[in-house]
Design a protein around this ligand. Structure first.
Ligand code: 3PG
Length: 221
């Protein structure tokens, strides 16, 4: 099964809405809703809710139902079962840190766009063989950073990446200036202490700074 043009276009439209996708891990739905409202108020409207906690699916469902004006995806999708659960919880897109062959089949057959992860040229080529145009580049810092992605532009010009893992406000623009970067992902916009203390104003402020960044490849740039 390969990646369809229709879903690739939907993914392109989602990614063009934002330079930064917050990577979010919630231990309860209420905190998830409040955090996503704070991020939206700061201008970040595309969000990745990781499937790493027992309440992740409940949080995703509440965000989809209660937070207007955001596009919420499911992150840390590792297995076929996660794909089904995330779709049932209302995920608008799916993200994985990697790309096993079974997950690629399940993800590309899902009714919403799928952003699989890669960290090598060979993995990127396997995605390209299946017709994918976008990939998460994870873990971006340890796997080679901006220099690695820059080196892929010449041999793999059709592929665009969402670097995530070790990205923050200081280095995000260096990634976003590359022609093959659609957006970056990261958890820095929601520091754990702000989440724990319910400091929504700080999260909105961090989102404002992040949403002011510009992706070179974005039609919004
Ligand atoms: C992810 O799942 O994408 C990462 O955990 C996010 O990485 P970061 O915490 O370094 O931003």
């Amino acid at each position: 099964m390969s990646f369809t043009l229709a879903k690739t276009e939907r993914l392109a439209a989602i990614l063009s809405q934002t330079p930064v996708i917050p990577v979010l891990t919630f231990s309860d739905a209420k905190t998830g809703v409040a955090t996503c409202k704070a991020l939206r108020d700061g201008g970040l409207t595309v969000l990745e809710v990781t499937m790493r906690t027992p309440k992740a699916l409940e949080a995703l469902r509440a965000i989809v139902d209660e937070v207007e004006g955001v596009t919420a995806g499911a992150g840390t999708v590792l297995e076929t079962q996660h794909v089904e659960q995330a779709i049932q919880a209302g995920a608008n897109f799916l993200v994985s840190p990697g790309s096993s062959s079974r997950l690629l089949s399940a993800g590309s057959e899902a009714p919403v766009p799928f952003l699989p992860g890669v960290s090598t040229a060979s993995e990127a080529m396997q995605l390209a063989e299946r017709g994918a145009t976008f990939a998460k580049f994870f873990p971006a810092g340890p796997a080679g950073g901006p220099a690695f992605l820059k080196a892929l532009v010449a041999p793999l010009p059709e592929l665009h990446f969402v670097p995530t893992g070790g990205v923050d406000l200081k280095n995000a623009q260096e990634y976003l200036d590359l022609r093959n970067v659609a957006a970056v992902g990261g958890s820095w916009v929601v520091p754990q202490d702000a989440l724990d203390s319910g400091d929504w104003a700080r999260i909105t402020q961090l989102a404002k700074e992040a949403s002011a960044l510009k992706a070179r490849s974005s039609s919004q740039a």
